[in-house]
Write a protein that binds this ligand. Structure first.
Ligand code: NI
Length: 183
């Protein structure tokens, strides 16, 4: 399992519609392992494949840390080609995103959801969720459609966050290529 680099918004690679997965291969299993590793390394609750540069409709969600005691029914979630079959009610949450590090914003999502998806055995599954799990799943499916939570914020707030992220991207590039760099 490898921690992969997470693309930072507004990287245009994050704005594509990802492709469905036909069959589960070893490459897909490795990708999912890397997604979990990358998500846990950054204390995230969800990650979508396009965030590590793979435009496939795959997401992972875990609202617990990997070694935490977890209530039954709250295992780590892997979804391939997820589709909503029910989205009801409204739930406002202060969301963050590993592609927008350090920033949050209020977003309203459906409170109760039902989804169908393919699991890592290639079987079709159904899952119902509410609370943070429902929020995270809707946030991750947005990534598969090239949409980030900042799209729901006011233009002003989005502009401020974009400026910070461009600065962050630039500082990381300078770190890699800077004159004081010794690696
Ligand atoms: Ni995100």
């Amino acid at each position: 399992m490898t921690v992969q680099e997470i693309l930072i918004w507004p990287n245009p690679e994050l704005l594509h519609i990802s492709e469905p997965v036909d069959t589960i291969t070893d490459d897909i299993r490795t990708l999912v392992d890397d997604m979990f590793e990358t998500m846990y390394a950054h204390d995230g609750v969800g990650l979508a494949a396009p965030q590590i540069g793979v435009k496939k409709r795959i997401l992972v969600v875990d609202i617990h840390s990997p070694d935490a005691e977890r209530p039954s029914g709250e295992d780590p979630i892997v979804m391939i080609n997820p589709v909503f079959t029910r989205q009801e009610g409204a739930l406002e949450w202060e969301e963050g995103c590993l592609s927008v590090p350090g920033e949050t914003g209020k977003v309203t999502r459906a409170a109760d959801i039902e989804m169908t998806f393919m699991d890592l055995n290639g079987e079709t599954q159904t899952l119902t969720a509410d609370g943070l799990t429902a929020v995270a799943l809707q946030h991750e499916v947005d990534h598969l459609d090239g949409k980030l939570f900042v799209a729901y914020l006011s233009p002003m707030k989005r502009k401020i966050i974009k400026r910070k992220m461009l600065k962050l991207i630039k500082s990381r590039e300078e770190h890699v290529h800077g004159p004081d760099c010794n690696h």
